[in-house]
Design a protein around this ligand. Structure first.
Ligand code: S5P
Length: 251
């Protein structure tokens, strides 16, 4: 199995500014850990982002699950992102025609384009939505961690073809493993726990060694195993260290 290149080397192999920035953050902080802070409380989101910030390269949000929203919440999150040097990834999973998606991205209550460094989209509608999402770093969803996902086989291959053909906007993939041959593309993998398993609603978990060493992905996205731990800060520090060691091993 060919070895992966170090992140700093890969930063020079992409022209995507957000990808370059992320590669550099990962190398400087020795962190390829993204944390999904899936809480309904804005106060808890900000508190966890501040507490875990030093361990992370990315904070992943679902703003539409917050039980209330004001622009101040994301303004504070941006301040924390600058303080701790992490990127904000709004996991909106856009999946409509370009015209609609453009409004969902730039307008509405959340105005995602104003504060998100990273966003993601399904490729089902075709490449029209990619052009509409220009601005933040875009990840296409090529595979999913959930049981019975339809994003497999030729669908997955076509997503990677679509993404690799739009490198001015697309900087990587949500996937279970490395898919693109382009070292400038960054692969993010959710569904991570210390041990393999499942939740009660179809989420499937694998270990970080399985994801980063065996399947050559780049960034792990960990949610409840950190946010619901007895000591989230300690757990995040452990995940950071182990994920970084796995990355070094894969190089
Ligand atoms: O295929 C996917 C894609 C995503 S972005 N499977 C996922 O679980 N996710 C997201 O990763 C999901 O929306 C959640 O925010 C996070 C996983 O959370 P956990 O608590 O199961 O680790």
């Amino acid at each position: 199995m060919p070895k992966s290149l170090p992140f700093l080397k890969r930063a020079s192999l992409t022209r995507h500014l957000v990808a370059q920035k992320l590669f550099k953050i990962m190398e400087d902080k020795q962190s390829n850990l993204a944390v999904a802070i899936d809480t309904t409380s804005p106060e808890q989101l900000l508190e966890l982002a501040d507490k875990l910030g030093p361990e992370l390269c990315v904070v992943k949000t679902h703003v539409d699950i917050l039980d209330h929203f004001t622009p101040d919440i994301v303004k504070t999150l941006r301040t924390l992102a600058d303080k701790h040097r992490f990127l904000i990834f709004e996991d909106r999973k856009f999946a409509d025609i370009g015209h609609t998606v453009s409004h969902q991205f730039r307008g509405g209550i959340y105005q995602i384009s104003e504060w998100a460094d990273l966003i993601n989209a399904h490729g089902v509608p075709g490449p029209g939505l990619i052009a509409a999402l220009k601005g933040s770093g875009l990840l296409l969803i090529a595979e999913m961690s959930s049981q019975g996902t339809l994003a497999t086989g030729s669908y997955t291959r076509k997503i990677v073809e679509m993404g690799d053909a739009h490198k001015d906007c697309v900087m990587g993939y949500i996937s279970l493993r490395k898919l693109s041959k382009d070292p400038g593309m960054i692969h993010f993998t959710p569904g991570v726990k210390w041990e393999e398993g499942q939740d009660s609603l179809g989420q499937r978990y694998r270990t970080l060694d399985e994801i980063l060493i065996k399947n050559k992905s780049d960034v792990i996205i960990v949610g409840r195993d950190i946010t619901h731990a007895a000591d989230p800060k300690h757990q995040a520090a452990l995940y950071r260290e182990k994920a970084w060691n796995a990355h070094v091993k894969a190089c």
